[in-house]
Ligand binder design. Structure first.
Ligand SMILES: Cc1ncc(C[n+]2csc(CCOP(=O)(O)OP(=O)(O)O)c2C)c(N)n1
Length: 324
């Protein structure tokens, strides 16, 4: 959680310094939920993160340097310096590169889960994250319905951060709570306080365990507030002050740190040490990525239409695919 926050903050400062091309999207305020997803999954599972999931990506096994390489366009990055920011992953390891079309990863995860079923692979879970704005798309409804009918081990995590970009929830959906939609599809629903790490670990952990045990798709809806803009280009000036001052506006990282202190599990000085260690790790990762070359268009095998290398292997340090 801490590493995700500091890595995000570093990307935001590089963006403001003009060192990053394209957008920067961070997860401030959503790290507890995100990390709980990455933490609850295990090797062999599928994870399709969203733009605010740096913490979950790290918890699922992404290295800080892979994230830095993508943002900084290093040819050694998982997307070989050809795709930026959050559109990165390692599909062979079950870690999917997201696309920006809201809800689009749900049918992709369903497809991967079906493929595993056809191959006789059992005990696998596929998780994907969504904002409440994404729950209005056809892909969400079709994907959840398909997963319900097929009883797929899909865990669909919705971060209801109160705004779909700048559209408030009241203009986004008319049902009392998004979790009520679970009943409409015949799947189990869970709602929770997304600012509370303990609640996130318990509820997401339970949903993942249910899916793994064959109880079909699980819809998890977390209440929280996005403590940043939609992207670093957005100052989030539209966010209601009352919401900011409510419990939903709590910083999940501070809540988690206070909990650790209250339980006497750590000293305040330990928190400072952790922060320093995470900062050093981030600085090293970014410095490494900054020293690395960007792609040379004359040497690149562009794979414009096929992306076999994504499945077979990654980065310029892996052999070129034979066909394009
Ligand atoms: C299918 C689709 N429709 C519209 C958009 C344009 N769009 C990009 S972000 C966004 C709002 C997203 O809201 P939410 O999912 O709640 O995420 P938030 O930024 O609030 O965390 C929209 C409508 C898109 N990317 N995909």
């Amino acid at each position: 959680m801490l590493l995700g926050r500091i890595l995000d903050e570093k990307f935001a400062s590089l963006y403001r310094a003009g060192k990053i091309h394209g957008g920067v999207f961070i997860g401030r305020g959503q790290e507890a939920l995100s990390v709980a997803v990455g933490q609850s999954l295990r090797k062999g599972d599928i994870f399709a993160p969203l733009i605010r999931d740096q913490a979950g990506r790290l918890a699922f096994g992404e290295s800080a340097v892979d994230a830095a390489r993508t943002y900084l366009g290093s040819v050694l990055g998982p997307m070989r310096g050809r795709d930026g920011n959050v559109h990165r992953g390692r599909p062979k390891e079950g870690y999917l590169p997201m696309i920006s079309h809201l809800g689009a990863m749900i049918p992709v995860v369903n497809g991967m889960l079906l493929a595993r079923r056809f191959k006789g692979v059992t005990g696998v879970v596929g998780a994907t994250c969504l904002g409440e704005g994404g729950t209005s798309t056809g892909a969400f409804h079709e994907g959840l319905n398909q997963a319900a009918v097929e009883k797929l081990p899909l865990v669909l995590i919705v971060a209801n951060n109160q705004y779909a970009y700048s559209t408030p929830s009241a203009r986004q959906f008319a049902c009392r709570s998004l979790v009520d939609r679970a009943a409409g599809y015949g799947v189990e629903g869970h709602s929770l306080d997304g600012t509370d790490l303990t609640a996130c670990l318990e509820t997401v952990g339970e949903a993942v365990a249910n899916a793994r045990a064959g109880r079909g798709p699980q819809l998890v809806v977390a209440r929280l507030l996005r403590l940043c803009g939609h992207g670093e280009h957005d100052d989030a000036g539209y966010v209601d002050l009352k919401l900011k001052q409510s419990t939903m506006g709590r910083d999940c990282l501070k809540v988690a740190e206070e909990y650790l202190l209250q339980q006497n599990w750590v000293e305040r000085e330990t928190l400072v040490v952790w922060r320093n260690e995470a900062t050093q790790k981030v600085e090293e990762a970014v410095a490494k990525a900054q020293r690395e070359p960007t792609p040379d268009p004359y040497k690149e095998n562009w794979c414009a239409l096929a992306s076999r290398h994504l499945v077979e292997g990654h980065g310029a340090d892996t052999p070129e695919p034979e066909d394009t």
